[in-house]
Write a protein that binds this ligand. Structure first.
Ligand SMILES: [Zn+2]
Length: 281
């Protein structure tokens, strides 16, 4: 007969409950890595500050990332840290930290040494740089969240998309990167100063320079789950919060940001994920 005591003393199958290391491969993105491990992208970002510095674009092949066993913040304990203070700071409960299996803490007498890593399950912190990449992680792409940067604003829906999409540049050809797992948009041919058109009507949610390689960028929320993004512009013709109609000139082509020559970096997003623009154009 099986003894009940044995069942309870057996170590649970921890499976993926321990932190893992992951080496960045060609074509990886933080979003993709997070998906692979069933985690939120923010978890990957927040757990690897030394490598990523809060910017999802800072990934290079060969870099090693820590993959925590669950969503939250993977925190390196400092000298004189106080459990209650850390819990408050990252908006988690002390009991949740203590009882998290991978932390291996004694609930009655937790000892955490400086340098130890512990997971703050469900922990949250503000990200120093909210890049568009992070913005798009939101489940609801129409979230009324202000994008950080000089071109952002607290916006409200003032126009809605038709659900159809027109080419955003006079040229209809790809001049650089096509859509692939490491490049979530199309690099469309555009001359310096050439007109860039709104692919559909909507509300401008960003217009101006931004970090992360996009240079001068316009982003439009179409109010139907879709958003579109236009990068490397030389100038913007719209401002954040305003309504634009389909085909309206929103800016001029250029080569600002991480760009080796004039072209338009064009992204379409839906419901928090990237859409292959070829599927909608
Ligand atoms: Zn591009």
């Amino acid at each position: 007969m099986e003894r009940k005591a044995k069942l309870t003393t057996d170590k649970p199958d921890r499976g993926n409950l321990e932190p893992q290391k992951y080496t960045i491969q060609a074509g990886d993105s933080i979003y993709g890595i997070a998906k692979k491990f069933g985690l939120k992208p923010e978890t990957i970002l927040w757990s690897n500050y030394d490598v990523l510095h809060d910017d999802a674009h800072n990934i290079s092949v060969g870099d090693e990332l820590i993959i925590p066993p669950g969503d939250g913040i993977y925190y390196q304990w400092k000298e004189n840290d106080d459990l209650q203070k850390i819990a408050d700071k990252y908006r988690v409960q002390v009991e949740d930290i203590l009882s998290y299996p991978a932390n291996h803490l004694d609930m009655t007498n937790p000892e955490i040494k400086a340098g130890d890593f512990i997971l703050l399950p469900g922990g949250y912190r503000e990200t120093a740089v909210i890049s568009p990449i992070v913005f798009e992680y939101s489940k609801n792409s129409g979230v009324k969240k202000q994008i950080s940067g000089p071109g952002g604003c607290a916006w409200d829906y003032v126009a809605y998309g038709t659900g159809t999409f027109v080419w955003p540049s006079a040229s209809h050809s790809v001049s650089g990167n096509d859509f692939w797992s490491g490049h979530m948009g199309l690099d469309i041919a555009s001359v310096e100063g050439g007109p860039i058109y709104a692919t559909d009507s909507g509300t401008v949610v960003y217009a101006g320079p931004i970090g992360g390689g996009y240079g001068i960028m316009v982003m439009i929320d179409h109010g139907n789950g879709y958003q579109s993004l236009y990068g490397h512009l030389s100038a913007v013709n719209v401002s954040c919060g305003q309504a634009v109609s389909q085909g309206q000139v929103i800016g001029l082509g250029g080569s600002t940001g991480n760009s080796t020559g004039p072209h338009l970096h064009f992204e379409v997003r839906y419901g928090g994920g990237y859409v292959n623009p070829w599927n909608v154009l």
